[in-house]
Design a protein around this ligand. Structure first.
Ligand code: HEM
Length: 521
């Protein structure tokens, strides 16, 4: 009897072991090579990969060489600096090529029609890859940004109302209040004799403040504390995700992995405290709803059990959504503002034009949602900034099943990489002055958005916070430009780098001068 049991256990153990061994070999060797063959047959080639690391080491060496120094002057010809591997391989292998991110074969896609088809038609068949999800699992978990398929569909429908209509307009008050506080602190610093400011720090603090207030309203101070921890967690997860291509690396109890786990637990403990106190208020009858902020909306939704079929909104997902909105909405907008201020500080005639427009439209009042659509020059400048320095430089997708894209057969498991930065700087698409700051190009009525201007992606999976971000950027810039004039400081070193998003390596130093009441008018 005992031998029978032992034999059965051994058999089960052997089966499990063989399954794991087969899955590992299939995932690391068989599938990637099958995909490579299918793509090669269609004429899509690329650099030779090394075992396990693929072309990662080449990419690292290309980029560390091109970004080792700052640029000689402020110009915007930055593709060769930030995506040198793209420049080298597209020259050698053509518009479509394949390179290997570890064990993941990635096809680079720059053809506009194919990108449009992929983003609009195949938003369910192509989504976020396992590598991406693992890289951010301890950080934003299964929130909207990393969700796929049915889950993504339901999550998107639940949060969409938070970014539309009157609810969206209601956030403008928070934006104005937070900006007033920031401007006051700048004015105080100027009065005490400071003239030069690293404006990126101010913008990062301001956008974090705004998103904390929008998400947590009355629990705003606690929200700020959570977001501070999330910023540290984000940095650690980005460092740890570099090792993900090595089998089992995420289970290794390294210093990174231990620190990540304990930070994640602390963030979630604080989030649960806020959630619990709102539930208590409703339970004892002190309040009839969970609140009008983003968190309240998600909790109300969970209470109404609008879950559909197998999908249900649970507390873990609500916490993941809170973390996702902070991550997706804070740094991207801060960078948009920082780069726009850099561009206006080094293009004074545009600064003057935008100031005159703001003064004319707002007439000394703080900007309201009714003023914003009339600020057309400001809108053009923001678009030009998003074109030259798109915070999200690449859009990654992975095919979950075989499908046809234009003339290409895309096999299941192929990762597709859309280099937004290169598309935005392409002379073929934007003309000879593609690398110059020229907001005028956005004034043309014939301009067709979404074709080769994709800072917020496109199609059903585009940025849900696009209107929120544009409203926030316009309010902040309009308020800043009517209070201060700014020039780029001599100490500024133009050194864009990509660390997930495009960042100024040494910050953006500007000299601020308060405008006197006559100039403000
Ligand atoms: C200038 C500011 C912003 C830029 C450039 C930007 C850009 C993008 C891009 C390119 C995507 C698509 C990513 C992908 O699918 O791979 C995206 C998605 C997303 N963004 Fe933004 N974003 C900005 C601001 C915001 C704000 C303010 C929020 C929220 C408050 C936000 C929330 C999200 C979310 C949740 C997604 C995932 C949408 C989905 O997959 O359905 N973003 N963003």
């Amino acid at each position: 009897m005992v031998t029978m049991v032992l034999k059965s256990v051994l058999l089960v153990f052997m089966c499990v072991f063989l399954k794991i061994a087969y899955d590992t070999i299939s995932c690391y060797f068989i599938t990637p090579r099958r995909i490579k063959k299918i793509m090669e047959k269609q004429g899509v080639r690329g650099p030779k990969p090394r075992p396990l690391t693929g072309n990662i080491l080449e990419v690292i060496s290309f980029v560390s060489c091109s970004t080792s120094k700052h640029m000689d002057s402020i110009h915007h010809d930055i593709v060769a600096r930030l995506l040198p591997h793209y420049v080298a391989w597209s020259k050698q292998y053509g518009k479509r090529f394949i390179y290997w991110n570890g064990i993941e074969p990635r096809m680079c896609l720059t053809e506009i029609e194919l990108i449009k088809e992929l983003l609009t038609k195949y938003s369910i068949k192509a989504g976020k890859s396992w590598l991406q999800q693992q890289g951010s699992k301890n950080f934003i978990g299964g929130g909207l940004l990393m969700a796929n398929g049915e889950n993504w569909y339901h999550q998107r429908h639940i949060v969409a109302p938070a970014f539309m209509g009157d609810r969206l307009k209601s956030y403008s008050g928070h934006m104005v209040e937070c900006t007033k506080k920031m401007l006051q602190s700048l004015e105080n610093a100027v009065e005490s004799g400071q003239t030069e400011f690293e404006i990126g720090e101010y913008m990062a603090r301001l956008t974090a403040d705004i998103i904390s207030r929008t998400e947590f309203d009355c629990s705003y101070e606690k929200g700020k504390q959570i977001f501070h921890l999330l910023t540290v967690l984000q940095r650690l997860c980005a460092q740890a995700s570099r090792h993900l291509c090595f089998p089992g690396s995420r289970f290794f109890p390294s210093k990174y992995n231990r620190e990540i786990k304990s930070l994640k637990m602390e963030v979630e403990r604080l989030l649960m405290e806020i959630i619990q106190s709102r539930r208590d208020c409703v339970e004892i009858g002190r309040s009839t709803s969970y609140g009008n902020d983003l968190l309240g909306m998600l909790l109300n939704e969970m209470q109404n059990k609008r879950g559909n079929g197998s999908f249900s909104l649970n507390l873990q997902l609500i916490m993941d959504e809170c973390k996702t909105f902070f991550f997706a909405g804070h740094e991207t907008t801060a960078l948009l503002l920082t780069w726009t201020i850099m561009l206006l500080s080094s293009n004074l005639s545009w600064q003057e034009k935008v100031r005159a427009e703001v003064n004319h439209i707002c007439n000394g009042e703080t900007p309201s949602v009714d003023h914003l659509p009339k600020l057309t020059l400001l809108n053009m400048v923001i678009n030009e900034s998003l074109r030259l320095y798109p915070p999200a430089t690449v859009l990654p997708r992975i095919a979950f099943e075989d499908f046809k894209l234009g003339d290409l057969h895309i096999p299941k498991g192929l990762s597709i990489w859309i280099p937004v930065l290169a598309i935005h700087h392409s002379e073929e698409l934007w003309g000879k002055d593609a690398n110059e700051f020229n907001p005028e190009r956005f004034s043309s009525k014939s301009f067709s958005p979404g074709r080769h201007f994709i800072p917020f992606a496109a199609g059903p999976r585009n940025c849900i916070g696009q209107t929120f971000a544009m409203m926030e950027a316009k309010i902040i810039l309009a308020m800043l430009i009517s209070r201060f004039s700014f020039t780029i400081s001599d100490s500024y070193r133009h050194a864009p780098v990509i660390v997930l998003t495009i960042k100024p390596k040494h910050g953006v130093q500007v000299c601020l001068k308060p405008l006197n009441p006559m100039e403000k008018k």
